[in-house]
Design a protein. Structure first.
Length: 330
């Protein structure tokens, strides 16, 4: 090898002369610079607007009614609403506290939604669902209006989106009465209804001037107490009836809704004789067995005897009044 032809440069053995070495080194430097510039000049991901997130199906909403048909008066109908995002929720979705449905009672959702994930069209979505419970109060069609939900999610670049509003479409359902229930007035539709009563004392040996309390308790499953009918306590002349304010409450336990209504009244015996507390009859449609059921609290006969002690008190009362008037005159 001729002198000056073979060189060693910075630890590299190079054949072909200094020009070849310089060209190779310059090409390497230019390549590195271009690669750095390519990374630096790469356009940034544009922040997506709420409209773009909706149009690209980055966020979606869906809803349904359960059941659809048939629906009976008083039967719970659940409006399920689910919101979805391809990334994740940065805030809890904001649902309205309640919705207005004409001729129906609406129970708002639980405080916490049901979270899950779902694969849709090759993409994985984070899903949150909640449900409103609608109880139709009369026969005919009723419309569940559109419901708007507000979301805040992560964009594709993980930044926080502005609030996004998604809305459902209105839904219509028709409520009717079971054919077997025709002619029985208001018929409740529920998986279970219990009716019971209790008295504050024995009804034996009643005398004029004495009193007792009667309490009727109705418990309805998977429904609300507002649908339970009020109890009529009328007896007739000779027994005074003083109804109290009903105690109406609903309780939700692990998704199970129970309504309780307690009606009570005080009865005062005003005259001797025989009286009857009328029977109480409540019809309901058993959703589990598809059967019409009648709950009956039987009539109760009351025998009221004279009260000698009360008669003596009444005889003495005018004398006391005359003495008081005389003292006032002096």
């Amino acid at each position: 090898m001729k002198a000056g032809y073979a060189l060693r440069l910075e630890g590299w053995a190079v054949d072909g002369g200094q020009c070849a070495v310089r060209a190779t080194r310059r090409l390497l430097e230019v390549s590195l610079v271009l690669a750095a510039l390519a990374g630096f000049l790469k356009p940034a991901v544009q922040a997506q607007t709420a409209e773009e997130l909706i149009e690209s199906e980055h966020v979606m909403i869906r809803h349904r009614l359960e059941p659809t048909e048939p629906v009976y008066v008083g039967q719970p109908v659940r409006l399920w609403i689910e919101v979805m995002t391809r990334t994740w929720f940065l805030e809890a979705p904001r649902y309205p506290d309640t919705i207005e449905v004409r001729n129906a009672i609406v129970i708002p959702p639980d405080a916490f939604g049901v979270n899950s994930t779902e694969r849709i069209g090759g993409d994985t979505y984070a899903v949150q669902g909640r449900s409103y419970t609608v109880f139709p109060q009369r026969t005919g069609k009723f419309e569940v209006p559109a419901v708007s939900i507000t979301l805040v999610v992560a964009r594709d670049d993980a930044s926080q989106s502005s609030p996004i509003e998604l809305s459902t479409q209105p839904l219509t359902v028709e409520a009717r009465m079971p054919s077997e229930a025709e002619g029985h007035g208001l018929v409740l539709s529920t998986p279970r209804l219990t009716v019971s009563e209790e008295y504050s004392r024995s009804l034996e040996g009643l005398e004029v001037g004495e009193s007792f309390d009667r309490r009727v308790t109705m418990i309805i499953q998977d429904s609300v107490a507002m649908l339970l009918p009020p109890i009529e306590f009328a007896v007739g002349s000779g027994v005074a009836v003083y109804p109290g304010r009903p105690d109406i409450s609903d309780q939700r336990n692990r998704g199970q809704l129970t309504g309780t209504r307690v009606d009570q009244a005080s009865f005062v015996m005003e005259a001797e004789g025989t009286y009857e507390l009328p029977a109480i009859s409540i019809w309901w449609w058993n959703l589990r067995d598809s059967q019409l059921v009648e709950e009956v609290l039987p009539a109760v006969e009351l025998t009221v005897a004279p009260n000698p002690d009360l008669a003596a008190e009444h005889l003495g009362e005018p004398e006391g009044i005359e003495e008081e008037v005389a003292d006032t005159a002096h």
